[in-house]
Design a protein around this ligand. Structure first.
Ligand code: FAD
Ligand code: FES
Ligand code: MG
Length: 281
């Protein structure tokens, strides 16, 4: 069954949003879950988070950053085009409860994943402080999704073009040092950001959940591509996660594994960009 793209929006340079028709996935999706999609028969499979799932319309909304061949290719598709496969919902859903005060930390393209989690946590009665960070103001996305939902929205940019100049972790450090009672932290974004956040909360003993972005192929626990070390044990981020206890993840190993195919990925993107005009002609 082909999966039609119903809407496409450019959110920021190299960051796009798409609404995709996928009624079965939309009906079953829960916060924290993701899909694995394939554009065409020869295309690779990539995992993307379910940002919003509209059960009535039977659609999923995703947001993605163009970082390599497949995401660049996805970004060339328009409303009316179709994807070959959308498999999901995959991964364990997020743990939702009334924890008290939750700080949700989103960096870069980790932000869409936080939306369904923050929404469910708010509905469960939590007070939510959200910290959203990006390299610069133009890369801050989906603020309009979060603004009506959270109790406080704090913005940081690396270059100071909006909000506080610095990293999301600087803002989190201030909250922790202010003595404010924080019952849980959820961090989604680049591995290095999740590592720093987990190190910050460790001395306070605040449960810290991270969503691991390891390389995934099948997304169903069969291939082993997504293996990570958590508490000294090998786990598969696709089926045991993607959410894990940030205090127990071996982030250095995760980062090493994420970089394992850099040279091949660059070659593949260069080739794609060279042939793109031909393909789009
Ligand atoms: P490539 O040039 O192939 O790779 C660029 C970098 O992306 C690599 O160095 C590697 O670190 C990573 N990567 C490559 N292939 C994969 C793969 N198969 N699986 C995971 N990472 C890979 N990105 C978004 O923009 N939006 C999302 O909502 C989103 N959700 C994700 C949810 C999960 C559970 C995971 C694991 C990843 C998610 N990602 C998301 C990351 C996204 O899957 C990668 O950016 C994408 O696969 C890169 O593919 P590429 O061919 O464009 O880039
Ligand atoms: Fe294959 Fe997790 S992606 S085992
Ligand atoms: Mg790729």
């Amino acid at each position: 069954m082909p999966y039609k793209i119903l809407k496409k929006e450019v959110l920021a340079p190299r960051i796009k949003l798409m609404e995709i028709e996928a009624p079965y996935v939309a009906r079953a999706a829960r916060p924290g879950q993701f899909i694995v999609l394939r554009i065409h028969e020869q295309g690779e499979r990539i995992p993307i988070t379910i940002g919003k799932a509209d059960k009535e319309r039977g659609t999923l909304t995703i947001a993605f950053q163009e970082v390599g061949k497949t995401t660049y290719h996805l970004g060339t598709l328009e409303a009316g085009d179709e994807l070959l496969d959308v498999v999901g919902p995959l991964g364990k859903p997020s743990e939702i409860d009334n924890f008290g005060t939750v700080v949700a930390v989103g960096g870069g393209i980790g932000v869409p994943l936080l939306y369904p989690i923050v929404k469910a946590l708010k509905e469960a009665g939590n007070r939510i402080i959200m910290i959203e960070g990006a390299r610069s103001a133009e890369l801050l996305v989906l603020e309009d999704w979060f603004r009506p939902l959270v109790d406080e929205l704090r913005i940081t940019t690396d270059d100071g073009s909006r909000g506080r100049k610095g990293f999301v972790s600087d803002e989190l450090r201030d909250i922790l040092e202010s003595g404010e009672k924080v019952d849980r932290v959820i961090a989604v974004g680049p591995a290095i950001m999740m590592k720093v956040v987990s190190e910050l909360t460790r001395p306070y003993g605040i449960p810290t959940i991270v969503s691991l972005n390891s390389i995934m192929v099948d997304g169903t626990g069969m291939c082993g591509a997504c293996r990570v070390e958590v508490d000294g044990k090998t786990m598969f981020a696709c089926v045991d996660g993607p959410e894990m206890d940030g205090h127990k993840v071996d982030f250095d190993l995760l980062m090493k594994r994420l970089d394992a195919y850099k040279a091949l990925e660059k070659e593949s993107l260069d080739l794609f960009l060279k042939t793109k005009e031909i393909r789009n002609a």
